[in-house]
Design a protein around this ligand. Structure first.
Ligand code: PMP
Length: 455
């Protein structure tokens, strides 16, 4: 048996996790019972594998404002916020009113309503798009944007970023969580899909390059530019914490894509309407050819969209298919329109910046006081603690973070009333209904964790 030496902080984190996790299981019998019931009708007892937990997840019953309640009746301040969907907070009066009003007048026609038109206009305005189309999820948005890029260019290969997530359709399921072993063999990292059930031949249509590496993109485009339809990228990587684009990186990609006739697609499913009113497009001042949206734009309803240049989007219906029975559904459109025009107003982003700084500063102080190898990233509505001293620049850096510290922090925080995304690949999301007291509660709980685990 090989015994791997671990440092004292990691050893304390493991012990802490074991104790906190045992507490968590003791105080969540109703979640356990729900899991047993749900497992009889759904794999892993959940509606989506991202909702699963070990040995079972915490099942929620309700939410209001910044809070959620689990099925055992325990209240938490919500920093998970539906994987970044609930920037409006729970049961926001403007969203509830829009839904109630719409429900009274019919919930679905599969015919475009004025609300959907108004929402399309707002999306075009915010994200500087010429034309937009609706979908029901982020997955559909990236799938359709890629379809348009391939259809317009007549090229089939898709370039993505190593270790990035763009949803669960086949083309983007390569190089999502490559892992150490796969990365040592560069070809396997690209050609092993995230799921069984994806034909091995699909691998030839997707090629991955590391984030923040313009040279890799230039080399690839120089060699195979004529085959590559698009480069799809999350402008801030948010499936491994929060990884910022280096200065000039996005502008450099813009230039390379233009030079080689490759369609630049921003996946703004997480960035859009969170890190600025106009998402990464506004925050970094770089305009892609197409952009994809979901999560926060829908105010909590299943809404996705993608859009961009008129000469690309205008090809839809002229040989390029884009459709869906539920696209532009009145309830989703009403919630999205209320979210974007009544709740996520310019003032909301000023507020996110204030609360985000308060949270990040508090966490930074706690990390420094305890001497833990970690850093904080703050983008207002979104942010995270990553357990590595230096900021991450790409997916390989993420493999270097301390997962034991994350696991321990998650269990510690959830036992102290902080509902967080389980998994160090995620980040927190603030809502407009969070206040200073909610932030201070997080900072206090996190400070306690750092003390318990630190030097
Ligand atoms: N793109 C990104 C960047 C995402 O984070 C996600 C979901 N986490 C998706 C696409 C897929 O969105 P959905 O789950 O709505 O299909």
């Amino acid at each position: 048996m090989t015994v791997t030496a671990i440092d004292s902080v990691t050893a304390r984190a493991r012990a802490l996790f074991a104790a906190e996790h045992a507490d968590l299981l003791r105080r969540t019998p109703a979640s356990k019972a729900m899991f047993e019931r749900a497992s009889r009708s759904m794999p892993l007892g959940v509606a989506s594998s991202f909702q699963a937990g070990s040995p079972y997840p915490i099942y929620l019953a309700s939410g209001r404002g910044a809070q959620v309640w689990d099925v055992d009746g325990t209240a938490y301040i919500d920093y998970h916020n539906g994987f970044g969907t609930m920037a409006v907070g729970h049961a926001h009066p403007a969203i509830v009113e829009a839904l109630a009003r719409t429900a009274q007048r019919g919930t679905h026609f599969a015919v475009t309503t004025e609300t959907a038109v108004a929402l399309a206009e707002e999306l075009c305005r915010r994200f500087r798009l010429d034309l937009v189309r609706f979908t029901n999820s982020g997955t559909e948005a990236t799938m359709d944007a890629i379809r348009v890029a391939r259809g317009v260019t007549g090229r089939d290969v898709v370039c993505k970023i190593e270790g990035s997530y763009h949803g669960h359709h086949d083309t983007v399921m390569f190089s999502v969580v490559p892992g150490d072993a796969l990365l040592r063999d560069g070809t396997a990292a690209n050609s092993t899909p995230m799921s069984k059930g994806i034909p091995a031949e699909m691998a030839k249509w997707t090629v991955a390059v590391p984030f923040n590496d313009l040279g890799a993109v230039e080399a690839l485009f120089s060699e195979r530019g004529g085959e590559i339809a698009c480069l799809i990228i999350e402008p801030v990587m948010m499936n491994i914490g929060v990884v910022l684009p280096a200065d000039g990186y996005l502008a450099g990609l813009r230039e390379l894509c233009t030079r080689f006739g490759v369609v630049l697609i921003f996946d703004e499913v997480k960035c859009g309407a969170t890190i600025a009113a106009g998402g990464a497009i506004e925050r970094f001042g770089v305009q892609p050819d197409l952009a994809c949206f979901a999560k926060a734009i829908g105010g909590g309803l299943p809404l996705g969209a993608f859009g961009g240049r008129e000469d690309l989007m205008g090809e839809i219906g002229k040989g390029i298919a884009q459709q869906g029975t539920f696209n532009g559904n009145p309830l989703a459109a009403a919630a999205g329109l209320a979210a974007l025009t009544e709740v996520l107003t310019p003032a909301a982003y000023v507020r996110f910046a204030e609360l985000g700084s308060r949270l990040a500063d508090g966490c930074r102080k706690a990390i420094e006081a305890a001497g833990i190898a970690a850093h904080v990233v703050d983008l207002g509505c979104k942010g995270c603690v990553s357990y590595r001293t230096a900021p991450l620049t790409n997916y390989r850096d993420f493999l270097d973070t301390n997962a034991d510290l994350f696991d321990a922090s998650w269990a510690w925080l959830v036992n102290r009333g902080i509902f967080m995304t389980p998994g160090n690949e995620e980040q927190w999301t603030l809502s407009v209904q969070h206040d200073e007291a909610d932030i201070d509660h997080f900072v206090d709980a996190f400070g306690g964790f750092c003390e318990a685990v630190g030097r």
